[in-house]
Design a protein around this ligand. Structure first.
Ligand code: ARG
Ligand code: ASP
Length: 713
């Protein structure tokens, strides 16, 4: 009892400690904000060892890998990230003869590594708070348009000045909804080569069924290598380039994980919205997400029906399906999570306290008194535009032929001197579009999506074409679809290629009178002129309110430690390795093993096929140095660190600064964390590094790669 009381009192005195797991922190502020919390949780590192400008530190091992995160694991530029982050590269190198998606890929020597044109990887050299420079003399009563242009100009100038005369790149980003600004100086590498990837049956084991779920058994990793010129500087691909020597790389620990161990995660989280008012959460939970969910459910079911019937369609649509399903499943989890924790109610309770406090302080009352009611009005005003925007982008604009045909506006608008180059781009784009396009499938989607927009969106937000469908086709969307797909050239690869090959300025007419193009311009034109301007205007107003409300919360609700919402910049999150209570009566443990892969094995379901070699290793218990004390190979584990999309590929670092895992997902309950963090049930899911090493070494025999790493026994 005494102990419980002591903990309770301690929590009262220091809420920050008891909620130390919430937050994605700016690395430069760890010293002042987090160092002691981290050490209390077991971290043995100092803030300086994690982020330093003058000495090499952990941050020098972490990279932005095309929107995901990756980390250096050798002194020869070797990098590990997720399979789903390297997916595009693995797919683009795959052909029928070399099907790396299905069979995996391993370079036995550096000269076998595959170049990845277009792939860049960036390091953060330093982070500087430039708020005062950006906001100097910007008065609160400046109009939004003026403020915006002053702020943007200053951001640009700072970016230019900060890297003048160097090979670095710079970006300034806004934090805390525009109350603060930070400069990021980056070093960007453009020669990045593919080194290794397991087969999909390991790298995406469990597929969409297991996605966003725990327990998880996905070997979600792939390996790349950064090359530099002889001076260790970024250079475009050249056979003379050499492996890059990073300022720091992470030693890989085989020690294994235990419940309550400290865990730190470094990476580039994309977007969170933790400080919204209840009116905003209500719109997301009750309007926006349900629309997107409903439209995607329909789209996915149409695709799936055809994918199940035809192998060709399955291959064409598998990647698109995975992408659309990923966000669909996330939004569903987010709504369920917000409902369960009563996110709106929690926000309303906070708002009540906020209003009570400002009522007692005339200065606050003057500054912030109308904020929450202004929000409510703004959300009432924006609601119809939000609804139309969500429906437009998830139905009409989701139909491939409409989006594709709309792109030809660019060809029509091309300046004569650019035309030849544009044509080439269009030819390449046409090939890749039609490679993964099925006319019959898209035609079904077309009828269903147009019908949904027609039925769900208010008449005043209908483009003219809906009237034509009523008058000319008696409201029969199928008939209308027939007409479009029979008469438009955009439904046929042969016709489009023929058209592009014989293109001359006179043939613009063929585009202009194409029925799919006419339809596309009608619906996109309507959206761009009748919905978007008003929507943008109202969103700008909301941005201003968000900025003020953010400042107000920091000033009035001082019991909380504030971290800025994710904005794709480098952050550190930390917490503990732990399981969670699921449903009533269900406790989820914190880790899974290879045994669970065998339990899930189903050779009749492509998502749950286990490769023969992996099964053999399992049957022989041939685990090398990669099994834990219990003799099992740990595959994945969970922690309560605060992560979001973009944290995929992020290193999970132990108390000593060693790599113990690679982040790749969250559990279903954790998806609501983007709007209201909840450490009770939200977990991030991490690939155990020992499973990755086991696959590299025992499964693939790529011992050359293991030798490069610094292994901690
Ligand atoms: N849920 C993971 C994250 O949002 C992506 C996992 C990719 N795998 C898949 N089966 N779609 O990005
Ligand atoms: N899977 C996500 C990613 O790709 C991570 C997450 O949303 O938790 O970044």
């Amino acid at each position: 009892m005494k102990k419980i009381l002591a903990v309770f009192v301690y929590c009262l005195l220091s809420t920050a400690y008891c909620r130390a797991d919430e937050g994605m922190w700016i690395p430069t502020l760890l010293k002042s904000l987090n160092e002691s919390d981290m050490q209390k949780l077991g971290c043995k590192l100092t803030a300086e060892q994690i982020y330093s400008v003058n000495k090499s530190s952990l941050k020098d091992a972490v990279v932005n890998f095309g929107g995901c995160t990756g980390e250096m694991i050798s002194d020869q530029g070797l990098l590990i990230t997720n399979h789903h982050c390297g997916y595009g590269q693995i797919q683009s190198h795959s052909t029928i003869e070399h099907d790396y998606l299905t069979n995996g890929f391993w370079a036995n020597e550096k000269k076998e590594e595959l170049t990845c044109p277009g792939l860049t990887v960036s390091f953060v050299i330093r982070i500087v708070d430039v708020t005062s420079k950006v906001l100097e003399g910007v008065e609160a009563d400046l109009s939004e348009i003026k403020r915006d242009s002053v702020v943007k100009d200053r951001m640009k100038n700072i970016e230019k000045d900060s890297v003048a005369g160097t090979h670095f790149k710079a970006m300034v980003r806004q934090f805390y909804s525009g109350n603060e600004f930070y400069l990021f100086v980056l070093e960007i590498f453009t020669d990045v080569r593919m080194v290794g990837a397991p087969p999909e049956s390991i790298g995406n084991f469990g597929g969409d069924t297991d996605n966003w779920m725990w327990p998880r058994h996905t070997g979600d990793f792939s390996l790349f290598r950064i090359y530099s010129d002889k001076d260790n500087k970024p250079a475009d691909y050249s056979p003379d380039n050499v492996p890059f020597k990073p300022r720091h790389f992470l030693p890989v620990s085989l020690k294994g994980v235990s419940e309550n161990d400290f865990a730190m995660i470094f990476g580039f989280p994309g977007r969170t919205q933790e400080y919204l008012p209840s009116s905003a959460v209500e719109m997301i939970q009750k309007v926006s997400n349900p629309i997107k969910i409903k439209a995607r459910e329909k789209r996915l079911s149409i695709w799936r029906e055809d994918m199940n019937k035809s192998t060709e369609v399955r291959i064409q649509y598998s990647s698109k399906h995975a992408g659309v399903a990923n966000a669909y499943k996330k939004w569903t989890g987010e709504v369920a999570g917000l409902e369960r924790i009563n996110g709106i109610g929690m926000k309303q309770a906070q708002e009540k306290t906020f209003l009570e406090r400002i009522a007692k302080n005339p200065e606050w009352n003057k500054k912030y008194g109308s904020l929450l009611s202004d929000f409510s009005i703004a959300y009432i005003q924006i609601a119809p535009y939000q609804k139309a925007t969500d429906y437009f982008s998830e139905t009409v604009a989701a139909v491939e032929i409409i989006r594709y045909a709309n792109g030809y506006l660019q060809l029509l608008n091309a300046k004569p001197e650019d035309l030849a180059k544009k044509l080439e781009t269009f030819k390449t784009a046409a090939k890749s579009f039609f490679k993964d396009y099925n006319t019959l499938t898209d035609r079904k989607l077309f009828a269903a999506m147009l019908k949904m927009y027609y039925e769900e969106v208010d008449k005043v937000m209908h483009p003219e074409v809906f009237e034509t469908i009523q008058s000319k086709h008696k409201g029969n969307f199928e008939k209308y679809a027939d007409e479009i797909y029979e008469r438009s050239m955009f439904a046929s690869e042969v016709k489009v290629i023929e058209f592009l090959n014989g293109y001359t300025a006179e043939r613009t007419k063929d585009i202009e009178k194409d029925p799919a193009y006419i339809l596309a311009r009608n619906v996109f034109g309507f959206y761009e002129t009748q919905i978007k301007p008003q929507y943008t205007l109202l969103t700008d107003g909301l941005n201003k309110l968000n900025r003020e409300y953010m400042a107000a919360q920091r000033e009035v609700m001082t019991e909380k430690k504030y971290y800025p919402d994710a904005n794709s910049t480098m952050r550190v999150a930390f917490g503990k390795i732990n399981g969670y209570d699921g449903k009533d009566g269900v406790r989820f443990t914190f880790s899974t093993t290879l045994d669970g892969i065998m339990e899930k094995e189903d050779s009749t379901d492509s998502e749950f096929v286990v490769p023969k070699k992996l099964k053999e290793l399992y049957l022989k218990k041939d685990y090398g140095q990669y099994a834990g004390k219990d003799g099992k190979v740990c595959v994945a584990f969970t922690t309560n660190s605060h992560t979001t999309g973009g944290n995929s590929g992020s290193p999970l670092i132990d108390a000593e600064g060693n790599l113990i895992g690679v982040n790749f997902d969250r559990n279903w309950e954790g998806t609501a964390n983007d709007i209201k963090y909840n450490s009770e049930r939200g977990r991030n899911i991490v690939l155990d590094i020992r499973y990755a090493l086991f696959v590299i070494d025992k499964f693939a025999g790529a011992t050359n790669l293991i030798k490069e790493m610094k292994i901690i026994q």
